[in-house]
Design a binder for this molecule. Sequence first.
Ligand SMILES: Cc1cc2nc3c(=O)[nH]c(=O)nc-3n(C[C@H](O)[C@H](O)[C@H](O)COP(=O)(O)O)c2cc1C
Length: 232
Amino acid sequence: MPNWKRCSGGPSTKSVKDQTAATTRVKPVGGPADRFLDAIAERRSVYALTRKSSIPNERVVEIVQHAVLHTPTSFNSQSNRAVVLFGENHMRLWGIVAKSLKKILPPEQFEGTVGKVRSFQAGYLTILYFIDTKVVKELEEQYKTYAENFVPWAQQSSGMLQSNVWVALEKEGLGASLQHYSNLIEVEVKKVYNIPQEWSLISQQPVGVPAEGWKAPEKDFKPLEETVKVFH
Ligand SMILES: Cc1cc2nc3c(=O)[nH]c(=O)nc-3n(C[C@H](O)[C@H](O)[C@H](O)COP(=O)(O)O)c2cc1C
């Protein structure tokens, strides 16, 4: 269960170091969005994954499809793309990452890094996030005044999508993290999974039931006075 601290005095002003995650999630008023806010706070990066899922594959696909449909994009351009990899396809992706790292890293450094890659491969599935650059280019041509904004806007929307999926998966009992090996693996990934050339690979999200006993590490929070200004 979430551990929101309900209080009446507004956001905590304690310094970051004395705040646990629970006391930082200040919810002084409360309202219909509380369950949504709880879900946001409960999402964490989970690196200790198992090759198990808490839900059927169809449910994972449903979550990704739902999030792609309903995550906003600039001008409703629908530039987000996602690829869901299960089973051998998931395993192969992390094999591609390991092989690519081996090519560029000195052996000692590779040995230090490949363990991380294996921990992602130990998960149950991986979601790949892309942006369709064809959509972005069309917008740049159509709306010349905004041209320079369409790349960052597409990236922002991709981030929203990734977060939406991440939060939903967490609610369904799955752990996930966000990884960025895109530059290293994009060419091979497109070949192996028959991805259109215009899709630009943004991130890789390994997913699985968290290993038994896994506990999210404490997280530091900057004081809200520093990060949120309010004018009434
Ligand atoms: C845009 C973005 C990029 C990130 N890239 C990585 C990454 O490449 N590798 C990684 O392990 N975590 C990555 N993360 C996860 C953050 O490090 C993590 O969300 C942050 O430390 C807070 O921890 P939490 O996810 O447990 O709340 C990324 C997060 C965001 C939002």
